[in-house]
Structure formats: structure tokens, C-alpha cells
Design a protein around this ligand. Structure first.
Ligand code: SF4
Length: 192
């Protein structure tokens, strides 16, 4: 698994510097062209493990989905990933609250650095904050409600966007809808 950024010194967000255990940058397969973007490291997951979507219930739900669509070899910490997983904000907010607009803005540079290196063809924004960040960058607008756009294919000239309701709030039916929508996008890319 590859990590593209290693900075552990960033202090732009005082409240998050006080609450974080570490800065959690993205990791996974930077050559895959597929990027999942969450909101922020979870207090009981990535903030402890240092790996996005690893160690808590949300992580388990997401990793199970990745196995189903062929983007993870298994559900263990040593699984081989065929995607890159990162967050819009890299430090865990106090009390697991939502990041503020100022914190999202402050952390945008790190996310954009990863996206500039990877140049993805498919982005999965996980949750409302990531959907807005991805929409503003690639569509030039806020696409709207994550619930309304869940598992809906959005296309720009450069990439395909497939929004995903956050695993902390997702239903079985929503998981199935996402798997059904994601599979052809992944298979399409793999066809000779
Ligand atoms: S959330 Fe991002 S910008 Fe804010 S302190 Fe952490 S790494 Fe820096």
C-alpha cells in the first residue's frame, strides 16, 4: 500500500491539532485510477490506526463493499487494495463532529495534491462533505444531496463520480445500489 504524503507537522486547524492522534493521509493503490474520499478520520478508526476507513464500523462496512466490487482482496488490514482511500480532512475533529468549512478549506490543498498525483478516472465521494469537494473541483458546482445522488453516475470531461452515502448511515439497499452501479464502471476500465 502506498502513501503519497507524509507531512505530520501541519497545524492549520487549532481545534483539530488539539484533538488528533495523528494526521491521516490517504493510502492504497495510487496507480488504480480509483479514489474513495471520506470526510475525516474517525475517532475509533483511522485516528487510532493511521489508515483511512480502518478500525471502526464504518471501515468494516466500506471494506466489505470493496471486496464485493473487486477493489480489495479481503477484509483484513493487509488486504491488497485496487483503489486509493483518503479523506477531505486529515485530522479527527473533537467528539467526532463534522469538520467546519474553515477546516475543509484549510485541508483542501492536501487532498488536491493527492488527486493531482493520481489523476483518477473514477472518484467515489463518501458522504456529503466529500461530494461537495469533488463536485466543486470537477463539475464546478455543488452537486447537491448525497442521499438523492447516492449511486448515481455523474460525469465530467475528465472523470466519473459515483457518490456513496457514508457507511455510518448506509442501508443494505443502498449498499446493493452502489455495488450495482460501481461494478460496470470498474469492469469497463478493465476490459481489453
Ligand atoms: S485538518 Fe488538514 S489542514 Fe487542518 S491541521 Fe489537519 S492536516 Fe492540517
Amino acid at each position: 500500500m502506498v502513501t503519497l504524503l507524509h507531512n505530520q507537522e501541519c497545524t492549520r486547524c487549532p481545534a483539530l491539532v488539539a484533538s488528533r492522534r495523528r494526521i491521516v493521509h490517504g493510502c492504497g493503490d495510487a496507480e488504480s485510477g480509483i479514489v474513495f474520499i471520506g470526510e475525516a478520520p474517525g475517532r475509533y478508526g483511522a485516528d487510532q490506526t493511521g489508515i483511512p476507513f480502518w478500525g471502526d464500523r464504518s471501515g468494516r462496512v466500506l471494506r466489505r463493499m470493496l471486496v464485493r466490487i473487486g477493489l480489495a482482496s479481503d477484509e483484513t488490514a493487509s488486504a491488497t487494495l485496487r483503489c486509493f482511500i483518503t479523506n477531505a480532512v486529515r485530522c479527527c475533529p473533537p467528539g467526532n463532529r463534522m469538520p467546519t468549512p474553515d477546516e475543509i478549506r484549510a485541508c483542501r490543498e492536501w487532498l488536491h495534491m493527492e488527486l493531482d498525483i493520481i489523476k483518477p478516472y473514477l472518484i467515489v465521494p463518501v458522504g456529503r462533505i466529500a461530494l461537495r469537494e469533488v463536485g466543486m473541483r470537477y463539475l464546478g458546482r455543488d452537486p447537491g444531496s448525497i442521499r438523492a445522488l447516492h449511486a448515481t453516475v455523474l460525469r465530467s470531461k475528465r472523470i466519473t463520480i459515483l457518490p456513496l452515502i457514508h457507511p455510518a448511515r448506509i442501508s443494505r439497499a443502498d449498499i446493493q445500489a452502489f455495488v450495482t452501479a460501481a461494478q460496470p464502471l470498474i469492469d469497463e476500465r478493465n476490459e481489453p
